[in-house]
Design a protein around this ligand. Sequence first.
Ligand code: FES
Length: 243
Amino acid sequence: MNTAITFTIDGTTCTAETGMYVIGAAQKNGIYIPSLCNMDGVAPRGSCRVCTVRINGKLMAACTTPVSEGMKIENDTEELRDLRSQIIETLFVEGNHFCPSCEKSGNCELQALAYRFKIMVPRYPYRFPVREIDASNPKLIKDHNRCILCKRCVRAIKTKDGKNLFAFKNRGHKLAIIIDPSLASSITDELAERASKVCPVGALIKKETGFAQPIGSRTYDRSPIGSTVELAATSPNAKETAL
Ligand code: FES
């Protein structure tokens, strides 16, 4: 049975139920913890570390750590903002992210986080790796230049009979997402659409949808990433849960 617990985030007293992860418990209290590989409704993986917080003095991933009674969580500190910026900058230099020509621009979580953290020029040199764009599937374009290996597609996209459509191949710097060749030809429009939405960047794009939603009207064109969670904190209902 879930029981109510009390904890603090940056000194603010919050409440949640046992069994929740720190990231969800924070959200319930109107506090945004940045994340990339995490997604509501999908088992957490803890691979990107953008959600790193200090819990009772230790650096931990908020998406895979269950919240517990009396936890003291640090989230919005200079140290953690810089740590998260470093991770985001690393992702930018590690791949080839050309935002102005990307169909996901405005809906891309990596781009939105870069804006949130006011990243202008990464502190690391660009690698400009040579990577493939695979347009062989009739429904999906797979652009390895933009893939951040978050595994959201692997975890979230299943066929009707529960089979994984995506998987990883290779190891180390050659690690890449593949589509199961035995299922590739059976991808429906619906599945392609979902894969495109689950991908936080522009690595999976449904074919024949190019710029259907005009630039300027997209999710993060309208409001910065995390702002809906933070706005909830200022609503009377959120205050009730946070005190
Ligand atoms: Fe927690 Fe990626 S969102 S590790």
